[in-house]
Design a protein around this ligand. Structure first.
Ligand SMILES: [Zn+2]
Length: 379
């Protein structure tokens, strides 16, 4: 086993088994950023032409329709700021939707309400059947895997897929941004997990852990999501935040000043389950601290020093008291005892195999790209 190593530039470490370090101790993610990404992105500067072209296309595609794009609003910083830009700065007419899987924290709901009200956009909120969600979530806890947010994440993807076809809208605005997310959570942390957007995987987990039957939950498939909608239907997922300059702090200032937005302690802490998983479960059970990726993004993009990040990482994401309360709340919402939840926490890290279709749609995309029929890129 290799010895523990931390990158000398960011704070990613050898808990990401796919990370490698050069002779200066700098990781490959840092090198990729400085050699390629930073130049292309240029901190959001100099993309006015591309952005204007894109906005003109979006508006033209929505002519005569009620909406010209779709935005999924979680209440988090990125999607909230993107909605602000889309409506207020760019004059777009998004269909704004929100999925509530039953884990929303009140502060997130207030933020969503404040922004939508002030912008005068209608919020299409979808409340998922919590009893179904609860059973699905329990099945995932029983896998012992790190990727336990899959039922919520899949619901979100499936809803976007459903809406984009139903509404006939050609553009999906995605809040992903280099500025705060260039260092993604390492895929090596999620060993054993299947693709979140793949029905086959989700269904197989449900089958193997509790025979959960879903009646109301909407699924999508890898084929539909990765291939049919983007390549055949020409529905484009774009990441417009990469065309404008901003910082995490300037986003926050804007939302606080304009909408009275309440910040969260950590990214994704608008959702009770994700707060529990990322703030306690993953660091404690696997030693995966998701803040390492988040902080590394800020270091690379010049918004924080490495020393500041290391200082933050000395304190756990949640205090013991916060974690204890959250543990009880999660067990209660899942309608299981705390002992049972603790048993899942202590499961051996040996995973069953789950079916998935990832290979099939990757091959499909390759063939399509090879034939030169690729209309767009949807990641
Ligand atoms: Zn690095």
């Amino acid at each position: 086993m290799n010895k523990y190593q931390v990158c000398t530039r960011c704070v990613m470490d050898s808990s990401d088994t796919k990370l490698f370090f050069d002779s200066e101790g700098v990781c490959n993610r840092c090198r990729e950023y400085e050699n390629r990404i930073e130049k292309e992105w240029n901190h959001g500067y100099g993309h006015e032409k591309e952005l204007n072209h894109l906005l003109t296309e979006i508006k033209a595609s929505g002519k005569g329709k009620t909406y010209d794009c779709i935005i999924g609003l979680s209440g988090g910083l990125d999607s909230s700021y993107m909605l602000h830009l889309a409506v207020k700065e760019w004059g777009l007419r998004p269909y704004v939707f929100h999925i509530n899987a039953g884990w929303n924290l009140p502060v997130a709901e207030q933020n969503i309400r404040k922004i939508c009200d002030k912008l005068g956009v209608e919020l299409h909120a979808e409340q998922l059947d919590f009893d179904e969600m609860r059973h699905m979530q329990l099945a995932f806890f029983k896998t012992g895997l790190a990727g336990l947010d899959a039922p919520q994440d899949h619901a979100f993807i499936a809803q976007i897929d459903r809406l984009s076809e139903k509404l006939g809208v050609k553009y999906i605005l995605n809040g992903y941004n280099i500025c705060t997310e260039i260092v993604a959570n390492p895929s090596s942390w999620y060993v054993g997990s299947g693709p979140t957007g793949d029905k086959t995987y989700i269904k197989d987990v449900l089958k193997q852990h509790g025979r959960v039957k879903t009646k109301k939950y909407i699924y999508t498939t890898g084929f539909r999501h990765k291939f049919w909608l983007p390549y055949i239907k020409g529905i484009k997922t774009i990441q417009p935040l990469n065309y404008v300059p901003f910082t995490k702090q300037s986003m926050l200032n804007c939302l606080v000043e304009e909408y009275g937005y309440t910040p969260y302690k950590q990214k994704h802490f608008e959702d009770m389950l994700t707060k529990f998983l990322e703030g306690w479960w993953l660091p404690k059970r696997f030693d995966f601290d998701i803040r390492k990726a988040q902080l590394s993004s800020l270091i690379l993009t010049g918004q924080m020093t490495r020393e500041e990040a290391l200082q933050i990482l000395k304190t756990p994401p949640l205090t013991d008291a916060e974690a204890k309360n959250l543990f009880s709340e999660i067990a209660e919402k899942l309608q299981i005892s705390e002992e049972e939840l603790q048993q899942y926490f202590e499961l051996p890290k040996v995973y069953r195999k789950y079916k998935n279709n990832a290979k099939a749609f990757r091959v499909g995309i390759k063939i399509y790209t090879f034939l030169g029929l690729d209309k767009r890129i949807r990641q």
